[in-house]
Structure formats: C-alpha cells, structure tokens
Design a protein around this ligand. Structure first.
Ligand code: SAM
Length: 330
C-alpha cells in the first residue's frame, strides 16, 4: 500500500471513507429530509453489498483505513449485519463504525457486536417524546432511548450522541442533553445545523458553538480533552467528574476543512470528495461495465485531486448544495 496515494493537493491524507448504504430512512427529520416526497433510488440504482465491498477493498489498497456506514438509515437495509461482518474482515480497515438514528438499534445490538462493530453514533435531538415526533415525524423516542441504553449495557464504546442544535426547537434542552455525559458514559456532540438540500429549515440565525457553550455553562466548566490524531472534527470537552464527554462540531463557526480526511460514497455509487460540494465522481458505471481495479482506482484519484480546499457555507454568498443530506449520509 502506498500511504500517499490518497493525498490531495493541499496535502490532506484521505484515509476515511463514509459509505451511505441506502437512501431510505424510517424518520423524516425536518433538517435532513425534504417534507415533500422525493423519489427514492430504484433498487438496481443502489450499490449491492458485493459492489460496496469491492470499492472498499480498492479504497483500502490506496490508503483508506477507516470506514463509517451510514445512510439514509443503515439499519433499514436488509442484510446490513452480514455486510458489516464482511467489512470487518478487510485487513487494512482498522476502524469501522456506524451512524444510526437508533430506532431499530435494540434488536440489532447482538448481531452488530458479532459483526465486529464496537462503537457507534446515534442521532438524538431531544429528550422530549412529543418534540421527537415533531422533529422526526415518528413517535419513536422510546425505541431510540432503549437502543442507547442497550448499546451501553452491551459494552459498545464510545457511544456518541449526535445532536443538531436547532434554534427555537431544542435550544432550551441543550443543557439537559449535555447532562447525559454526566449521567452516562456518552459522548454528546452538538452539531451546527448546515442548511443544505431542500430540507432547508427556516434558520436565518443558526445556533453556533459559542452560544451552545453558553447554554450548557450552567452545568460547570468544560475542560478540554486532547484530540487524538485519528479523531474527527469535534472539539472535545469533559465536565468535571463526568464519565462521558461533550463535543462541538462547528462546520459553520470554525470549519475544519484543512484537516478533512474524508471521502464519501453515496448509495448510488457516487464518490463525493466534499460533503458541502456537489462535485462527484461516478464509480457505479465503470464498476458495472466491468472495468478493472486500476480503472476504479483512477476514479478515486480523480476525486481526491478535485477535493475542494474548503466549503463556502459560512460565506456571504455560499454555493448552494443541492444534494440531500439523507442521500449523502452526513
Ligand atoms: N439515519 C442515520 C442517522 O440519523 O444518524 C444516518 C444518516 S444522518 C444523514 C447522519 C447525521 O447527519 C445525523 O447525525 C444527522 O443528525 C446529521 N444531519 C442531517 N442533516 C443535517 C444538517 N442539515 N446539519 C447538520 N447535521 C445534519
């Protein structure tokens, strides 16, 4: 393996591939999925598991060592645990994780563990059952909460909670959500809301990290936790005596593009070098035309070459991102 093969022109080493394995989701979060019905990918447009595995193996031969499986909602796709087990058996992939909304988590926990998954991110924006339904369109708070508790009991670690900070929706609950890190070994991460796709909520005054910190201050001092070299973009903190952590993910107020090590693959097989740019490279067509591994490697290298230096979301005239978050996987 040549470690430098996935190094872009800004000298970022891209070793992290996020795989969206389906565009289907069992929730319809107001900030993620458009309210109107959007056409779903046809079955045959979605990459089959063996196609996904081939792409990961090719990525691994170029330097990918870390994979996150996401969606849509990954746990709605049939056979996902078998796929994860296959993924775990790829030697070069040292780190596999899952992002889920948690609705179907509890019944999958045993199988996920058997498939080699040890850590996961679970999305949760509120602790209020009624509000959960308002945000997601589904009355499933209890299922998610049971999934979180079940994951902790089963020994998954870390279990991270992804909370999108939404002004006027969950801003009154940020301290209560942060307090989960005092009560449980949970890593609660507040994500600034990114206005992309057609799910754009009315959000002319987004809730940014300084204000999020202000709102959770009542719980005590946030002591910085040193980031490891393979850590993601979250700024990490701990409340005194807490078994868990608090993280701030700041795509708007302090973007982390210069450290970005990610490539994304959409469920339809488009390789996306930047979450917040619609530039994509088609891997599915050459894959299905029967092209050789070297030709598919060339697609990876093109995507890396074209990775934008930086997104424009926080600028005065940001470039619109048309793709839906639910199709890219976050
Ligand atoms: N269904 C899974 C879930 O809910 O975790 C995986 C897909 S979801 C697109 C991945 C992550 O993206 C979730 O944590 C979600 O909260 C986050 N997300 C979606 N839309 C977002 C937005 N507009 N701004 C910030 N985060 C967003």
């Amino acid at each position: 393996m040549n470690e430098n093969e996935l190094t872009d022109k800004y000298l970022r080493h891209l070793n992290y591939l996020r795989l969206s394995i389906t565009d289907r989701c069992n929730l319809r979060c107001i900030y993620c999925t458009p309210r109107e019905l959007i056409p779903k990918l046809r079955h045959k447009a979605i990459l089959r598991y063996e196609e996904l595995l081939r792409i990961v193996r090719i990525g691994a031969s170029l330097g990918i060592t870390k994979v996150r499986v996401t969606g849509g909602e990954p746990l709605v796709r049939k056979g996902v645990c078998g796929f994860l087990a296959e993924l775990s058996s790829i030697d070069q992939i040292a780190d596999i994780s899952l992002t889920t909304n948690g609705v179907l988590l509890e019944p999958h926990l045993e199988e996920l563990w058997a498939a080699g998954i040890r850590r996961m991110n679970i999305s949760l924006d509120t602790l209020d059952r009624k509000k959960f339904e308002k945000i997601t369109g589904v009355d499933a708070f209890d299922a998610v909460w049971n999934g979180i508790q079940g994951a902790l009991e089963a020994g998954f670690s870390p279990v991270k909670i992804n909370t999108v900070a939404l002004r006027g929706i969950n801003d009154d609950e940020l301290a209560a959500l942060a307090k989960l890190s005092l009560d449980y070994p949970l890593h609660v991460r507040f994500i600034e809301h990114m206005p992309i796709g057609r799910a754009v909520m009315e959000d002319s005054h987004p809730l940014l990290a300084p204000e999020i910190r202000e709102r959770i201050r009542a719980l005590g001092e946030l002591v910085p936790v040193q980031n490891g070299t393979s850590d993601g973009p979250a700024e990490r903190y701990r409340l005194e005596g807490a078994p868990g952590e608090i993280g701030l993910i700041r795509p708007l107020s302090h973007h982390f593009c210069s450290r970005c090590n990610r490539l994304r693959l959409t469920a339809s097989g488009m390789l996306r070098p930047c979450l917040l740019s619609d530039r994509e490279e088609d891997l599915r067509t050459p894959l299905r035309k029967g092209l050789l591994d070297d030709d598919l490697k060339a697609v990876f290298l093109r995507a890396v070459r074209d990775k934008p230096r930086c997104h424009t979301l926080a600028e005065k005239d940001p470039v619109d991102v048309c793709a839906q978050m639910c199709a890219i996987g976050g």
